[in-house]
Design a protein around this ligand. Structure first.
Ligand SMILES: Nc1ncnc2c1ncn2[C@@H]1O[C@H](COP(=O)(O)OP(=O)(O)OP(=O)(O)O)[C@@H](O)[C@H]1O
Ligand SMILES: [Mg+2]
Length: 517
């Protein structure tokens, strides 16, 4: 038998193409296939049973890729299975390609004489394809792949009974792929919704350095350039990494975070790259790494400064060539990811000390965002404080709505060694302690109340004999304006003046903003 045909389950039943013994086997297979929801389990069982029941030497499930026009060999059995698993090839190639494009069952007795035969795969695997049976795999009337059986063990051609078995197996796989796709879509929608939530869930602020960074993020959206985010702890590196992903054309695909400082080098390696079953003691299952999971999306490597040198080399390869191997495997896999890395350590120093590879450092720092500490963006403190106030009031079912004047000026003048995270904790604590609608300075931790006093003390420092009272006032205004990044409202609050009075004095003393470098 040779050629294309079409057959539906009804035809199989009507034409009694199945022997009774086969019916029993298929029933048994269906029970095993249905024993788990996991797609990999189903595809594997489908192929293993199809191979056995049709008495074939090898088989594979080939699916259309979601992210490209290619076909991918999703699961394979037989002597060359390792070499061809996950191999991609163009849709218009091969008997499988023909089957998928036309939606027809294809039976071929001698592959080499068939015009659609794609010899490159045989060359790659060393397998010698002879007879072929390809059955389309359809979900809701659309062909999304095929089940392919190769070489009948007895060198005959595939018959109607094999077609019937392969069709049933293909239907099993189709249900599972369809479920997995729905689940995947659900997850992606979930990701997208979470990202949207984040847009309204982030303070953008007025600070000029931050504004520049946010503008650059917008320009980065269609590029794949790697980004390195630097900044002290708590300055919002994680938040900015998410914002970059959310505003990019990859936003509907996964955003995967890996904290490089919490895992040992061995665990981190298999977390990033995955491992084969049995790759090391304890590797009892195949593990898909984060780089694979994040295909078409973004990987955020947090605390990159902590990464071990042995992994730096593998990381460099994925950055340069977009390829990697799972631990314990020699098969090279590809992935399409954007990498965002962040650290609060001095990478340049680490390079000097030979702790961080120089070539990796240069690969990572294609685009660098240096986030300012909160004490250098005091003008944004009121917006952050109000944002956290609303967040924690909602979360803790409290009623506080505002900060009183004294309290806000204390918040603005504090130095925040822990940056935005520290401000967030301070506001959360205040919300818990506050009684009523207004947060008072007494709801803040001692060190801030004390610091507030110091700010006022500064104004009554012992006068320098050589300075007149006007000069002292001019100095105080100039220093406060500098400290507040030229934000008049904030400076007025700190100085205990109204905005009008401050403006009047700025004019009177001809105080000018220094030119930016
Ligand atoms: N722009 C922002 N809007 C709202 N919240 C923010 C913003 N930036 C930071 N935060 C909040 O501040 C806290 C610290 O932010 P994040 O974890 O991103 O900082 P980080 O620089 O990654 O810190 P670390 O170096 O310690 O990991 C988080 O709770 C985060 O939600
Ligand atoms: Mg972080």
């Amino acid at each position: 038998m040779d050629g294309t045909t079409s057959l539906r389950v009804e035809d199989i039943v009507r034409n009694k193409n199945l022997k009774e013994t086969h019916l029993h086997d298929i029933l048994e297979a269906s029970a095993i296939i249905n024993s788990k929801l996991d797609l990999n389990h189903v595809l594997k069982q489908v192929i293993v049973h199809a191979t056995r029941l049709t008495n074939s030497v090898a088989a594979s499930i080939i699916l259309k890729c979601d992210s490209s026009d290619d076909l991918v060999i999703r699961y394979a059995t037989g002597p060359a299975s390792n070499a061809i698993s996950n191999v991609r090839f163009p849709t218009d190639k091969g008997i499988a390609g023909f089957c998928i494009n036309t939606g027809q069952i294809v039976v071929v007795f001698d592959a080499k004489k068939n015009p659609h035969h794609f010899a490159d795969i045989d060359k790659l695997s060393g397998f010698n394809t002879e007879s072929v049976l390809c059955v389309p795999l359809c979900v809701k009337g659309k062909t999304i792949g095929c089940v392919q059986l190769l070489n009948k063990c007895d060198s005959t051609s595939f018959n109607n009974e094999d077609i019937a078995v392969a069709t049933i197996m293909s239907n099993f796989a189709a249900v599972s792929v369809s479920n997995a796709k729905s689940y995947d879509n659900l997850q992606r929608t979930n990701f997208a919704l979470k990202s949207q939530l984040f847009t309204t869930d982030m303070v953008t602020g007025k600070n000029s350095k931050m504004k520049k960074i946010l503008q650059s993020i917008n320009k980065l959206k269609d590029t794949k350039s790697n980004v390195l985010i630097l900044g002290e702890s708590g300055t919002g590196k994680g938040v900015i990494a998410r914002a970059i992903h959310r505003q990019s054309s990859r936003k509907d695909n996964p955003f995967v975070t890996v904290n490089c400082s919490v895992l040992s080098p061995t665990l981190l390696e298999s977390e990033l790259f995955g491992h084969e079953k049995g790759a090391f003691t304890g590797a009892d299952k195949l593990k898909v790494g984060r780089f694979e999971i994040a295909d078409s999306g973004t990987v955020f490597l947090d605390e990159i400064g902590e990464i071990d040198k042995s992994i730096q080399t593998k990381l460099l390869r994925i950055l340069q060539e977009k390829v990697f191997e799972r631990v314990g495997s020699t098969k090279t896999l590809t992935t399409d990811i954007r990498i965002i890395a962040a650290t609060n350590s001095d990478l340049e120093k680490a390079v000097e000390q030979n702790l961080f590879r120089r070539d990796l450092y240069y690969r990572l720092k294609v685009i660098v965002f240096q986030l300012p500490p909160l004490r250098e963006r005091r003008e944004d403190i009121p917006a952050f404080a109000q944002f956290f106030l609303e967040r924690y009031c909602k979360e803790l079912s409290k009623s506080a709505r505002t900060f009183d004047k004294n309290c806000m000026s204390a918040l603005v003048s504090y130095d925040y060694p822990g940056n935005i995270r520290e401000l967030e904790n301070i506001v959360e604590r205040a919300v818990v302690l506050a009684e009523g609608d207004v947060i008072h300075i007494s709801d803040l931790p001692d060190e801030i109340q004390y610091r507030k006093k110091a700010v006022f003390d500064r104004k009554i420092e012992a006068p320098e004999k050589t300075k007149s009272i006007y000069e002292m006032e001019k100095d105080a205004i100039y220093k406060t304006m500098l400290e507040c990044s030229w934000n008049q409202s904030m400076a007025a609050r700190l100085l205990g003046l109204s905005r009008d009075k401050l403006r009047y004095r700025i004019k009177k003393y001809k105080i000018e903003k220094p030119a930016e470098d």
